[in-house]
Design a protein around this ligand. Sequence first.
Ligand code: URA
Length: 210
Amino acid sequence: MRVHVADHPLVTHKLTVLRDKRTPSPTFRALAEELVTLLAYEATRSVRVEPIEVETPVAQATGLAISDPKPLVVPILRAGLGMLEGMVKLMPNAEVGFLGMVRNEETLQPAIYAERLPEDLSNRQCFILDPMLATGGSLLAAIEYLFDRGAVDVTAVCLIAAPEGLKAVEEATQGRNLTVVLGALDEKLNEVGYIVPGLGDAGDRLYGTV
Ligand code: URA
């Protein structure tokens, strides 16, 4: 597993405002989108491209185009939705699939309750959007699901991670082609599963409490 923690003052600045409990939802949503665009720049560093020829007004030039099959962006519902616009702004020709994850209250295991993905993921580069990598349970289930469906490499983009969750994901994905791109690696998880210092419940901060 490759881990990249963003090291840019604009990322930290935007994260600081997101962390602030006084930041209202509209500002939070706008900033989360901007922050994801900055993280997407790093997360797409290894996006598959191929050479193409174009005519400039002056001469022939060789450039690059994103290869087929197009990258697949997969926000995990609900909070991952708040990261989608920021990601597709940078990579508008990516396709978008959706995964809804919920914790089964009997087994305490994450389960998929909604899935909208292309039938065939073979040879796909996938980008999972999940703002808070806390215990890692739901992210891990999503990563395994995409690899089982044939994805060749998976990049998870998260705003903040806890070391405990990152370690759990790393241990469970040995040998997989996985990259994790983070805005920040925080101190720890608390006893009720929140990231410390974190930013609270990302879904609630984005969309209000429901
Ligand atoms: N999910 C959140 O939204 N916040 C946390 O701190 C942990 C999990």
